[in-house]
Design a protein around this ligand. Structure first.
Ligand code: NAP
Length: 259
């Protein structure tokens, strides 16, 4: 897919990976729209080079109206990059259904809402790319990631199911699984983040993968290898491996972090 001249919408484009992808798409000649909740941040990212529209992904109607605004202003949407997400660590000693539900609302239902806003016209035109940003955290269970990881695993499954279902429709579905990327979301993390990369580097990997029409884009390479290998580890072995580093009780848990 040559990105030059394409109309692209980045959902969750006001910061982090989404903002970097939006800038990278502009530099590769795409016409770009970005959306998120914070209009000021959107305007700053856009710097007059993008269409910047405020919308909350948990509000399906507002995403549908943003999508039709983009089509009216820029033409049919060729590519949507779904980057909006919520992350907060869970504590088993203080299980917070509010935190859990928020992950489901933003990460899973939000992604579904954005897909609903672009899919019917793409199917009608028999053309378009839906690129969903999940995470390697969706590959295996990780302590603290009970909510985030569950929604990332669900996104991976949803995107794969959709890819298979629309395989003959002309619409393509790409799954993006980053390792650690330095963004607002990871700024508060207190745990080690091996192989962490900058958002600009992530954006280049994503746009390179989109241009090569990759089915999945997983980066950086060391994390991709590690987490792909982790998928092959038997459940009992994976559980034993990680339970050794698990704290014996709630008192030792430090769950203030926020990725
Ligand atoms: N950073 C990492 O290490 C990492 C690793 C693996 C995967 N990922 C994934 O990469 C994607 C981007 O993450 P990031 O690190 O770039 O995070 P980020 O800097 O916090 O960006 C998150 C984006 O989502 C938007 N957003 C959040 N809630 C929203 C809502 N309810 N409605 C609309 N937009 C909303 C935010 O904008 P507003 O606040 O303005 O709404 C922001 O633009 C996410 O899917 C994340 O899970 C990140």
């Amino acid at each position: 897919m040559n990105l030059n001249g394409k109309v692209a919408w980045v959902v969750g484009g006001s910061s982090g990976i989404g903002a970097a992808v939006a800038r990278e798409l502009v530099s590769r000649g795409a016409t770009v729209a970005i959306s998120a909740r914070r209009q000021d941040e959107l305007d700053e990212v856009s710097a007059g080079t993008m269409l910047a529209l405020a919308a909350d992904v948990t509000d399906a109607a507002s995403l549908t109206s943003v999508a039709s605004h983009i089509r009216d202003e820029l033409g049919p949407i060729d590519l949507v990059v779904l980057s909006a997400a919520y992350w907060e660590q869970m504590s088993p000693y203080d299980w917070d259904t509010g935190i859990f539900n928020r992950h489901v609302e933003v990460n899973l239902i939000g992604m579904s809402n954005a897909i609903a806003a672009v899919l019917p016209p793409m199917l009608a035109r028999r053309s378009g790319v839906i690129a969903g940003i999940a995470s390697v955290a969706g590959y295996r269970g990780l302590a603290g990631s009970e909510a985030y990881g569950a929604t990332k695993a669900a996104q991976i499954n949803m995107l794969e199911s959709l890819r298979i279902h629309v395989a003959r429709s002309g619409v393509r579905v790409t799954t993006i699984c980053p390792g650690f990327v330095r963004t607002d979301a990871t700024a508060g993390n207190t745990f080690p983040m091996p192989f962490i990369i900058e958002a600009d580097t992530a954006a280049r990997s994503i746009c390179d993968g989109l241009e090569r029409e990759r089915t999945e884009i997983v980066f950086p390479l060391p994390m991709a290898i590690l987490m792909k290998a982790a998928r092959l580890v038997p459940v009992s072995m994976w559980s034993r491996l990680w339970s050794r580093s698990s704290p014996p009780d709630g008192a030792r848990l430090n769950l203030e972090g926020h990725i």
